[in-house]
Design a protein around this ligand. Structure first.
Ligand SMILES: [Zn+2]
Length: 390
């Protein structure tokens, strides 16, 4: 590129000769050009976490020329991070992740303004942090932070680019109800039972995998900034490194969602740790339950009906062989289809939704219905360890 910034129309966003050369491969592309690069430079992206997902996404976003990159983290670099957290090097072990990230990002692109927020992302600071940015890339590794970043982004009408990794699998999507997509709560109204979904520290993760997912998040951020292509809004992308394949699931906004629905009931930050620690809604003790081991036994002996009350996209991701799908919302209209002379075990992801359905069926006079404790998450951790988790 030989064009000088002086040739460009007046704009608040200017480029030095060094930047023109640095971004020349973008400027050459008719879909981006200097106008797209201006948008990239004007953009403010907040990366939650400078770990496995935040490392590749922040590095590439910086290299691509995102003008302001915010990083939230409170951790220090540990030797066990280096297998995947490529923002940090061996000499950074023991340093704060943000100091290490700042140095590495400055090396990648000194034109980027890196704003460090050395703190936990909490109910107290989340809104003021998110309000300061255009887009959030959520690279967090725990459920309280995901629910918090989701809720705050919904309220602030900021796209929340979601990614998660587990062992050999990862998933990504863009939550943006203001762009007609669902939010995290539409897909996962309740957190999993504590202990049913191990994290990377417990179950491990293939070191290269967060690179794939973090870069999908970075690509989605750039597309939203420039206004390119079709975003992952409304689509959950699933990646399996062992099978080396992607699958895609359509996901919809839930009009009954407590945060982005038509009549929201959660309108300000809650206590997310307590929300995720709670073992689902209070389950009436009179609801009979079975463990995943009991269910395995019943299935092996034959005769039991397994009724899955999750959403169709969840059923597509993972299901118990031979189970029947009837979404929780449909049960009041369709329970007449269910046999009254057979044992029915109801299940969902973690046992909370199926508890509601079990209670409903008992009220309708069903006498041999059971709720599966821990849902398919427990099944995946105790019975079928090859099952895809989500
Ligand atoms: Zn929602």
């Amino acid at each position: 590129m030989n064009r000088s910034p002086k040739d460009e129309p007046a704009s608040p966003v200017k480029f030095s000769q060094e930047e023109m050369q640095r971004y020349s491969r973008h400027l050459l592309m008719p879909e981006i050009t200097i106008e797209g690069q201006r948008r990239i430079k004007a953009a403010r992206v907040l990366c939650i976490g400078a770990g496995g997902l935040g490392s590749p996404s922040a590095l590439y976003l910086a290299a691509a020329g995102v003008g302001t990159l915010g990083l939230v983290d409170f951790d220090r670099v540990d030797l066990s991070n280096l297998q995947r957290q490529i923002l940090h090097g061996t000499s950074d072990v023991g340093r704060s992740k943000l100091d290490s990230a700042r140095d590495r990002l400055a090396q990648a692109n000194p034109n980027v303004k890196v704003s460090l927020h050395e703190a936990r992302f909490t109910s107290k600071n989340a809104q003021s942090l998110v309000n300061d940015y255009d887009i959030v890339v959520d690279g967090s590794d725990n459920f309280p932070t995901r629910y918090l970043s989701n809720d705050v982004c919904v309220w602030a009408k900021k796209p929340n680019i979601y990614g998660s990794v587990f062992r050999f699998e990862g998933q990504a999507t863009v939550f943006a109800p203001h762009l007609r997509g669902p939010c995290y709560r539409c897909l996962f109204p309740e957190p999993p039972e504590p202990g049913t979904v191990p994290n990377c520290a417990e179950a491990g993760v293939l070191g290269v995998l967060p690179g794939v997912i973090g870069l999908i998040q970075a690509i989605e951020a750039i597309k939203l900034i420039v206004g390119l292509g079709d975003s992952l809004t409304g689509r959950l992308l699933y990646f399996d490194a062992l099978k080396m394949g992607f699958r895609e699931f359509a996901v919809r906004r839930d009009p009954a969602c407590p945060v982005c629905g038509d009549a929201p009931t959660i309108t300000e930050p809650i206590d997310y740790d307590a929300f995720c620690q709670a073992r689902g809604p209070v389950v009436q003790p009179r609801i009979p339950t079975v463990s995943v081991h009991d269910l395995k036994h019943k299935i092996d002996n034959g005769g039991v009906m397994v009724l899955d009350v999750r959403e169709p996209f969840e059923y597509d991701i993972a299901r118990i062989e031979g189970s029947t799908l009837m979404q929780l919302d449909e049960v009041p209209d369709r329970f007449g289809e269910l046999p009254r002379n057979r044992e029915i075990v109801l299940m969902c992801k973690s046992g909370a939704r199926s508890a509601k359905a079990t209670e409903f069926l008992i009220q309708q006079g069903f006498t041999s219905v059971f709720n599966l404790e821990g849902g398919i998450a427990a099944w995946a951790s105790e019975i079928d360890r090859d099952m895809t988790r989500y």
